[in-house]
Design a protein around this ligand. Sequence first.
Ligand code: SAH
Ligand code: SF4
Ligand code: F3S
Length: 377
Amino acid sequence: MKYHIVVFGCAANVADGKRIETYYEDQGHIKSSSIEKADEVIVVTCMIRESAEARVYGLVRNLGKKRRTLPRIIITGCMAGMIVRDTTGKLLKRIKKRIPTVEFIPVEELGLPEAGIHKNETHALVHISNGCNNFCTYCVVPYARGKEISRPYEEIIKECQDAIAHGIQTITLVGQNVNSYGSDLLNNAECKMQNGELVKSKYITYVKHLGKMRIPTLFPHLLKEVSELPGLVSVDFISSNPWDFSSELIDVIASHETVSRQIHLPVQSGDDEVLKRMNRWYTRNEYMDLIAIIREKVSGVSFSTDIIVGFPGETKEQFENTVDLCKKVGFVKAYVAIYSDRPMTVAHKTLGDDIPFAEKKRRWKVLEELIYKGNKK
Ligand code: SAH
Ligand code: SF4
Ligand code: F3S
């Protein structure tokens, strides 16, 4: 059987794609040289924006045009994940209308091996957790991937060691919120709810970070151990959230040269009111303070970020606060996204989508030009 895998979306999907490849190879199937010749096409989908969803429809439609008989098409990844979590069944109905000839199988049901193939490459993506508990109001990820589940610590270390043994030099640790890695493991093991309050075990003490009580995470320990693996040249991580970026983590980065000096720290907006409506747990000042602390401790550090423009109700003044923050931080790279109203999200249900597309596009261009100019300097 000849298979072909198409991956859309973020690093988490790319890592899943590798595991799917390993699964098919282990079963003795053959990688097809082209999508046209495949007996089975597996599409690892992304739902983050409408445009990502549209790509899936485009792919299936084109396949129908190119071939007399359709291959088996398996839709997995975030589209399948959202479908199984949508208890109303509306999403499946809507998607089925667009692509009636496909099968939907969530990643968890594919029976994949934990680690993907790391051969003939120098860079490996290693997933450390799946899902997200944060529910930023614009974002589908908690619906697409479920609650955050951390991968067992030893398993991650083993995958990194194996990857290095196969010639991998740089590793990217992947999760939706890498720096909360392990809080579920610690929580399950050491803390329990009693009368609505979390009771600490003798091992766990809560940490206050950016004004919120958080369960400490294992990410600083994991990053330290990975960065000290013999043979590794460099390690980085995506994505980390400002509210879990602890001083302990900063110390690990500062004291380990193998940890990349370019840190991706999504800000999304530079305006407090917008951040609040996005359900991001930090203020503009807290973000700026964090940047300042990291700069002070980690020499040679630079920052990249994610920004959304045209979030519901974002005024021109609020957008200007984002522009101002970008000028102050001087990001070396930024993924600027035009707000896309997504099913199942809180913003979709309660906030509407009121900024005209032309205005969203204008704001997008302002930031693109600002950051691009900064890069050329
Ligand atoms: N976990 C990461 C981001 C994952 S999604 C974090 O919290 O930062 C990747 C990026 O897509 C987000 O950072 C955001 O900028 C963008 N994004 C998410 N939902 C979006 C939406 N509805 N419209 C536009 N951009 C969106
Ligand atoms: Fe989405 Fe927010 Fe989770 Fe990132 S932290 S994946 S933006 S809900
Ligand atoms: Fe897209 Fe899913 Fe990643 S929605 S951005 S592929 S987690």
